[in-house]
Design a protein around this ligand. Structure first.
Ligand SMILES: Cc1ncc(COP(=O)(O)O)c(C=O)c1O
Length: 444
């Protein structure tokens, strides 16, 4: 029989309530929990909480569990490696799994140039490494990133992030020399233009304005860009955006750094989201879905860029053998059909949401690629007034009905299930989402 969500207690249930209280005493209050899920176990696209409630997970642990929760082949790879070698430190020693994963990623990355790989433990560490390598290689001090971008929370990565002020409050001064500019957010064009009549003014603006008035391009090390903006709202730029912008960058010797931490590893229906745009970046950061939940970050750079000398950057735990084996198995599963499944099921999800959009005025925009899909909620289609409260209430209503969702941007809901998701699970999600929308919006 096909699995459906099963809620058997009031939420949170008694065990969850006890643990949340304990968390309130001992765990850092800086985390942002939207609803009281206390996870106990996971399998495929499903999560069970500590009280035995069963949820359909359309968050996959913030786009991390790419092969689903506890994929048996990934678990087996982890167990096998754990019995052999838990740690040795790639900083000072060699070991097979790190070398073989580097080779695999180098060959997978877009473009024909040779690549080399640096390993860390997270997305922020991969971005931090990219920021350092960009300076090291170009000997330039300035960088460009985008409003709405999320690149992580360590000081360097945070300096590139421009997603929410709270993430930066009280942490200044940050890394100097970073300029943020508007992303190609066509639903709310920062220049009040319309695609394609705009003629990509957001790219032309670099040479017409930015490089003429504010930033000498020959002092810019890199442009850091998410192929599809993630935390900012799952914003898909126009097809020519990356090509034109990367050509502008190349003209001035500026490196084009694609942050694929969220969009990479098959999520968008291609192994890397930049492939949708036909652009070969100079560097690419990876994490999240790379190892199905084991901590791992990677910076993949063209070999002639990653030339830094021994001692210039490293990490004790980065590229841990267990994480590397989890990544090797994850990539094998992605190549054996999960990337294709992400494309097919993503199209099914997008189609279902677009049909719902015909019924619901508040679904202002439905967008995405593969299983990186979002709905932007508005109070009115004409004014596009963001429906922030509805967004949060819909996510809570869905949770109470057994569907796990996450927000992104100010007023969007993201759908980023595991890449093993099937049509029944997509239909179940659409049905609960529709019921939740109805419950919240009809209440007013
Ligand atoms: C595009 C992007 N870059 C970097 C990061 C930071 O990754 P981490 O939280 O693993 O440090 C994230 C996390 O959401 C992300 O979405």
């Amino acid at each position: 029989m096909k699995r459906v969500p099963k809620i058997i207690t009031a939420l949170p249930g008694p065990q969850a309530s006890r643990l949340i209280k304990l968390d309130g005493t001992y765990v850092s209050p800086s985390y942002t929990r939207g609803y009281p899920l206390v996870a106990e176990r996971g399998s495929g696209a499903w999560v069970e909480d500590v009280d035995g409630n069963s949820f359909l997970d359309f968050t996959s642990g913030i786009a991390v569990c790419s092969t689903g929760h506890c994929h048996p082949e990934v678990v087996q790879a982890i167990q096998t490696q754990a019995e052999k070698l838990l740690h040795m430190s790639g900083t000072d020693f060699y070991y097979t799994s790190q070398i073989e994963l580097a080779e695999k990623l180098a060959l997978l990355a877009p473009g024909n140039d040779g690549k080399r790989v640096y390993f860390g433990n997270s997305g922020a560490e991969a971005v931090e490494a990219a920021l350092k390598l960009a300076r090291w290689y170009t000997k330039r001090e300035l960088n460009i990133a985008f409003f709405g971008a999320f690149h992580g929370r360590t000081m360097g990565a945070l300096s590139l992030t421009a997603s929410k002020t709270i993430q930066k409050k009280h942490y200044n001064p940050l890394v100097p020399g970073i300029t943020h500019i508007p992303y190609a957010y066509c639903y709310r064009c920062p220049y009040n233009l319309r695609y394609p009549a705009c003629d990509l003014a957001c790219v032309k603006w670099f040479e017409d304005t930015l490089f003429r008035t504010t930033i000498p391009p020959e002092e810019v090390a890199a442009i850091f860009v998410e192929p599809i903006q993630g935390e900012g709202g799952y914003i898909v730029p126009p097809p020519e955006f990356h090509r034109e912008l990367s050509e502008t960058a190349r003209k001035y010797g500026i490196l084009y750094v694609a942050d694929e931490v969220q969009s990479g590893m098959g999520r968008t229906g291609k192994m890397f989201a930049m492939e949708h745009f036909g652009v070969v970046p100079d560097m690419m950061t990876l994490a999240k879905g790379i190892a199905s939940g084991m901590p791992l970050g990677a910076l993949v750079a063209k070999s002639d860029i990653m030339e830094w000398e021994a001692g210039s950057h490293a990490s004790t735990f980065g590229g841990n053998p267990v994480s590397c084996q989890a990544a090797m198995k994850t990539i094998a599963l992605l190549e054996q059909g999960l990337v294709q499944n992400a494309a097919a099921q993503g199209a099914h999800l997008l189609d279902g949401l677009k049909k719902l959009q015909e019924e619901w005025e508040c679904m202002g925009d439905v967008r995405g690629k593969g299983l990186m899909v979002a709905v932007e909620l508005v109070e009115d289609r004409e004014t596009k007034e963001p429906a922030r409260d509805w967004r949060n209430e819909i996510i809570t209503a869905a949770f109470n009905k057994g569907l796990l969702l996450l927000g992104c941007g100010e007023n969007s809901i993201r759908f980023c299930p595991a890449l093993i998701v099937d049509s029944h699970e997509i239909d179940t999600c659409l049905s609960i989402f529709s019921d939740s929308l109805k419950e919240v919006v009809e209440k007013g």
